[in-house]
Design a binder for this molecule. Structure first.
Ligand code: MEV
Length: 301
């Protein structure tokens, strides 16, 4: 039996803009999906969603990985079991984490000799197949760990303050939100394109602030980024409530993380404010998760 795991990720800056090749900064965070794999008679995929064989309704990402791997490297059955700390459809990269952890598990079971770059790019091809438009960001960050600027894939200094996630528990579909932004952009290109480019600039300015550990200014720019995300139509009432409550409770800054339209927000905070921010996220109807950056990308456990 082999067990591999991969982390969730948050965006400090740049979601949606990154789909158009603008800069974004992501951090891998301390919540993981673990995938166990062993030989068996048939294909069995077990998770909290149920036990299936190849099943594109219930386990689309793992089914796609299994079918692609078996085409490259025929093997008899395998039993795969998945357990995860990462809420599904919440913008924290749950699909990327399960995809890269499953590829890593096959890589070790079948001795496929893939390096991390190949795991990340194979993972991206699976996300694209299942989700339609998807940038390579989620799979890359979950594979490599740490804090990464994309699309250039430069490792940056990790933020040394607290990251507080607020989950609205409202399911959001990345594919639909990416399509919504694409549609707005095609109707109003002269308005939406500069907004996306300005989001990219918040990320580029954010890099220097991260390097200088200036979290107050970093938070201020996250608030600017949030305004721009609202402008491209990916906000929602539930997210706004959590974001405004976090700011009122003393966060350096707060914004959506991931595709928006539900899912999660992210607040940056010093030690004194963590409890107040968590409490206010709860009072505003969200689920607070206090986390931090992990340098550990996909790995064999
Ligand atoms: C989703 O986590 C982030 C988006 O930028 C889409 C993507 O990069 O694939 C909205």
């Amino acid at each position: 039996m082999i067990t591999c795991s991969a982390p969730a990720k948050v965006y400090l800056f740049g979601e949606h803009a990154v789909v158009y090749n603008e800069s974004a900064i992501c951090c891998a965070v301390n919540m993981r999906t673990r995938v166990n794999i062993e030989y068996s008679e048939n294909i069995v995929i077990k998770s909290s969603l149920g036990t299936t064989g190849i099943d594109y309704e219930i386990h689309p990402y793992v089914s796609a990985v299994v079918e692609k791997i078996r085409k490259k490297s025929p093997c008899r059955g395998v039993s795969i079991s998945i357990e995860s700390d990462i809420p599904v459809g919440s913008g924290l990269g749950s699909s990327a984490a399960v995809v890269v952890a499953t590829i890593c598990a096959f890589n070790n079971l079948l001795k496929l000799g893939m390096d991390k770059e190949s795991i990340a790019s194979f993972g991206h091809s699976i996300e694209k197949e299942i989700q339609g438009a998807a940038s390579a960001t989620d799979t890359y960050v979950s594979t490599m760990g740490g804090t990464i600027e994309v699309p250039k894939r430069r490792h940056l200094k990790n933020p040394l303050c607290n990251l507080i996630i607020g989950n609205t528990n409202v399911f959001s579909s990345t594919g639909q939100l990416v399509a919504k932004v694409a549609s707005l952009k095609s109707i109003y290109p002269e308005i939406i394109t500069p907004i996306l480019s300005t989001i990219g600039k918040t990320s580029l300015r954010g890099e220097g602030l991260l390097e200088n550990e200036d979290y107050r200014a970093l938070g201020e720019l996250m608030d600017v980024n949030q305004g721009l995300l609202e402008a491209i139509g990916v906000g929602c009432d539930e997210l706004s409530r959590l974001i405004h409550s976090s700011r009122a409770a003393g966060a350096f800054g707060a914004k959506i993380t991931g595709a928006g339209g539900g899912g999660c927000m992210l607040a940056l905070a010093d030690n004194e404010n963590i409890d107040a921010i968590s409490r206010e996220i709860k009072n505003a109807g969200g689920i607070p998760i206090i986390t931090g950056v992990t340098d550990s990308g996909v790995r064999v456990d």
